[in-house]
Design a protein around this ligand. Structure first.
Ligand code: ADP
Length: 306
């Protein structure tokens, strides 16, 4: 049983500042960190750290950032067999400023991620055919991700779309019919439905509306306010876990990696969503993106004490 991920990989350069600079201002920061990021890589690492066998289909550039990105990916145990080097591209790069209260702004240069296409789907075909679960997000071209998804679905696998980052031009509602599970946060839900859920009850209503629009299972995430699930024969509001959050970067990615892992191991959807929520919550207690995802032992200990 495997999990396939078709998605982005970035290097994150994160500056930890006392406050965020204003336009035109130069400001000294406290320190910086160079780390693996990109929604595809974060979700691949999150599922791998939980113990899943992960096949990650992505593109690195041919610049100096490609090496540390590949090194960090393999340090987490993710196989590099389906990672391509794009001779004409630059490795995806996120320049992140974090202020003292955890607020951030991010400049993202997609680079080689934006050049993913049918050739990447062809390279990953065998892995896609064998995958029990496929994770896709919106940092690579959607048509390529959906092509990868079609192969997985044709072979009986489950496709989970994280519709993030929220696309500025909106999201065509017809994607809902092309995936099995969608996991929007409140803003992404607003793009799909035209209204933004605020309370857990709103999220529950939104999840049911998304199902009526054609997706099998909708999980609407409200960060620290919990989430709602609408699935065939199973619906629930899942309350949040209480943690002291210090860095919420990639909480959504830990959630989706956890969801894929739980479903791959055969957990029913509501139990899987709760497991995923524990992964998301735990990741906010550590700094970094991919590096902040919890291990299976950490999640089990956390669930046992919750
Ligand atoms: P996204 O990063 O996609 O916006 P969220 O911020 O909703 O996603 O985070 C994903 C999941 O991680 C949430 O649904 C929740 O389960 C968990 N999570 C995130 N932030 C917190 C928090 N401060 N406290 C508890 N759980 C959190």
């Amino acid at each position: 049983m495997t999990i396939a991920v078709f998605g982005s990989i970035n290097m994150d350069v994160t500056a930890y500042m006392l406050r965020l600079p204003e336009p035109g201002e130069t400001l000294h920061g406290a320190e910086y960190k160079l780390g693996l990021g990109g929604k595809g890589a974060n979700q691949a690492v999150a599922a791998r750290k939980l113990g899943s066998d992960v096949r990650f289909i992505c593109r690195l550039g041919s610049d100096d950032f490609a090496k540390p990105a590949a090194r960090e990916l393999s340090s987490h145990g993710v196989d590099l067999g389906l990672v391509a080097t794009d001779a004409q591209g630059a490795t995806g790069l996120a320049i992140i400023n974090v202020g003292q209260n955890g607020e951030n702004y991010i400049s993202l240069i997609g680079g080689s991620n934006l050049r993913m296409d049918g050739s990447d789907v062809a390279r990953g075909r065998a892995a896609l055919e064998q995958a029990k679960v496929l994770l896709v997000q919106l940092e690579v071209p959607l048509d390529a991700a959906l092509k990868a998804g079609a192969i997985v679905r044709a072979h009986g696998g489950i496709v989970i779309l994280d519709p993030a980052p929220a696309p500025e031009k909106g999201l065509p509602v017809n994607v809902l019919g092309q995936v099995d599970i969608i996991t929007p946060n409140e803003k992404e839900t607003a793009l799909l439905l035209g209204w933004q859920p605020v309370t857990p009850e709103d999220a529950f209503k939104a999840a049911k509306e998304l199902r009526a629009k054609g997706v099998g299972t909708a999980i609407v995430k409200l960060g620290a306010r919990g989430l709602a699930v609408a699935a065939p024969g199973a619906e629930a509001i899942i309350p949040p876990f209480k943690v002291t959050a210090i860095d919420t970067v990639a909480a959504g990615d830990s959630f989706n990696g956890g969801l894929a892992h739980a479903l791959e191991r055969g957990m029913p959807i509501l139990e899987a969503a709760r497991f995923a929520a524990a992964c998301g919550a735990l990741s906010t207690t550590k700094k970094g993106a991919a590096a902040a995802a919890p291990t299976r032992t950490e999640v089990e200990a956390f669930l046992a004490s919750a």
